[in-house]
Design a binder for this molecule. Structure first.
Ligand code: SME
Length: 155
């Protein structure tokens, strides 16, 4: 089982700047290196109204842009609730950027009551993400938010 408390302390130490761009790049690399069984980790940012623009990521080149009306990322941005998908093939409007993806976790990043963006994590393993993974990754997102000046990414 993943020790998310340990990862939280490591990520806090890693994010030693207020720069959101650096911190987003570091966070996506850190999650890729530490979590395992992932094929894509990255950020989409709301830099235009109701539209998610591809940000720092690890993995194959990905779909861009994604409107709030589409896909698992759009659902997370719209609802402001984490989307935990055991089988992406069962989601009719899932956007397949990498055919290897089988399960997905998307955490909305909300700052000052505005959707700054989402953290999207894909796995080639069905049902890769448990409730405990969701809670742990939401905590890691909170570390990213607390460490970063996110106002500079506004349109
Ligand atoms: N699967 C996402 C699209 C982004 S890629 O997974 C990187 C979605 O359905 O929104």
């Amino acid at each position: 089982m993943t020790d998310y408390g340990f990862l939280e302390r490591q990520l806090k130490a890693l994010l030693d700047t207020r720069d959101w761009l650096t911190n987003a790049a570091q966070t996506s690399a850190f999650l890729t290196q530490t979590l395992g069984d992932l094929n894509w980790v990255g950020f989409y940012l709301q830099r235009q109204p109701e539209t998610l623009i591809l940000g720092p990521f690890q993995g194959q080149p990905a779909c861009n842009p994604i409107p709030f009306s589409s896909g698992v990322c759009g659902a997370a941005a719209r609802s402001r609730e984490t989307q935990r998908i055991d089988d992406v093939h069962e989601v009719p409007d899932h956007i397949a950027c990498d055919a290897a993806s089988r399960s997905e976790l998307v955490v909305p990043i909300v700052v000052d009551d505005r959707v700054w963006g989402v953290l999207d994590i894909d796995s080639p393993v069905p049902a890769r993400f448990t409730r405990a993974d969701q809670a742990g990754i939401e905590r890691l997102c909170a570390v990213f938010i607390a460490a970063s000046d996110l106002s500079s990414a506004e349109p």
